[in-house]
Design a protein around this ligand. Structure first.
Ligand code: BGC
Length: 363
């Protein structure tokens, strides 16, 4: 009952997320650190609803696309994956077909001719068990039964969200399985460092630096061709800080196929699963900066090319390119590109991944 009267900095209300679906309770989970950063999320889809961080003058704004009710959060996650956890396998699988342990599997196609983000029973749609272990941390757990989302194996998955004292949102993933399967999750937050408000600004004005020398090109259906190309001399070269909008409209076939940036950047690693810096996003307008760190070899930069004016939080309208995703993960469509690193998860092995979105400001 205490919760009912407590207020969140973002303005989200506990009662708008309290419900029950097939015996599983849902709720709003609020994480805070000592300096006042606040993250709200719900255990439906593990959806991050708001991330409140200061601008250069100390004003707090929400910097992620979110939703102000459970119903809306569910709809935005189903249609646009807004703020949600993605899995078991992020990205597209050509024809939804894959082979594990000598057996063939076929997933329903939700983005013909592909299965995108594991389809309609992906992690973005499930109700997770949630345990808030501290003011700044919540652990979500979910067990996929063998075949539940079309993937083999009973998979025990946990994802812990933590707001750290240095103003970061840290996401730790773990998973085990009892028979060979595929596992390659990500988080699908859409960021705009100038804040989610009416009217939304465009992330074409943001600047980004990505620690990547190569990217993965796609075909017209945004399936990976299997090639790994140099960024040098292309609009994909973000080795130095560049404005996102500067080359997004260039006459480059990959930008046409993606309707903008919607590509995997290959990150530099000395060792597999090394936690390294992946990207720095900044807005000169608000002075906010976001550094991304990951244990994964890939990061999708998706510039919100398909958002088309859906209504969100605080009367904001989520229009094309009003926010961007930086999704850390292994390469997508590994079953159809056998030279890519494997995302097979075997019994007896434990999967782990860490992703950190760290916020700061510049003068
Ligand atoms: C994909 C886009 C897709 C979007 C859905 C992104 O992760 O790369 O191609 O349209 O998710 O919102």
């Amino acid at each position: 009952m205490m919760e009912m009267t407590k207020k969140t900095l973002s303005g989200l209300r506990y009662e708008d997320f309290r419900s029950e679906c097939e015996g599983c309770p849902t709720g709003l989970y609020v994480l805070r650190n000592e300096s006042g950063m606040e993250v709200c999320l719900t255990n439906l889809g593990g959806i991050v609803l708001s991330v409140m961080v200061p601008d250069r003058d100390g004003n707090m704004d929400n910097v992620v696309l979110g939703a102000d009710s459970l119903e809306k959060a569910g709809t935005l996650a189903r249609d646009w994956y807004i703020g949600a956890l993605i899995g078991p396998v992020a990205g597209r699988i050509l024809d939804g077909k894959f082979r594990v342990d000598g057996k063939d599997f076929a997933l329903p196609l939700n983005s013909v001719p592909n299965t995108l983000h594991s389809g309609d029973a992906g992690l973005h749609t499930v109700i997770w068990d949630a345990e808030q272990t501290a003011d700044n941390s919540v652990c979500l757990r979910y067990r996929y039964k063998d075949g539940e989302a079309g993937f083999p194996g009973n998979m025990d998955i946990s994802v812990t969200f933590t707001v750290t004292e240095d103003n970061a949102l840290r996401i730790d993933y773990h998973a085990t399985t009892d028979s060979p399967t595929l596992f390659c999750p990500t988080h699908h937050g859409y960021f705009n460092l100038d804040g989610i408000k009416k009217p939304m600004s465009s992330i074409e004005n943001h600047q980004i630096e990505i620690d990547s020398d190569f990217y993965l090109p796609t075909d017209i259906n945004t399936n990976h061709t299997g090639e790994i190309l140099k960024v040098e001399g292309t609009p994909f070269d973000f080795r130095e800080m560049r404005t996102i909008g500067e080359r997004i409209g260039d006459n480059h076939i990959q930008l046409q196929y993606g309707k903008g940036y919607d590509h995997v950047f290959v990150l530099r690693k000395h060792e597999p699963k090394e936690l390294t810096h992946a990207a720095r996003l900044r807005s000169r307008h608000s002075g906010r900066v976001m550094d991304v760190f990951t244990t994964e070899i890939g990061m999708v930069m998706y510039t919100g090319n398909y958002l088309d004016g859906v209504e969100g939080i605080d009367d904001a309208v989520y229009t094309r390119r009003c926010a961007l995703c930086l999704e850390t993960q292994c390469f997508p469509d590994t079953p159809n590109n056998l030279h890519f690193p494997s995302v097979e998860l075997l019994p007896g092995n434990e999967y782990s991944q860490t992703c950190i979105y760290k916020f700061s400001t510049e003068p």
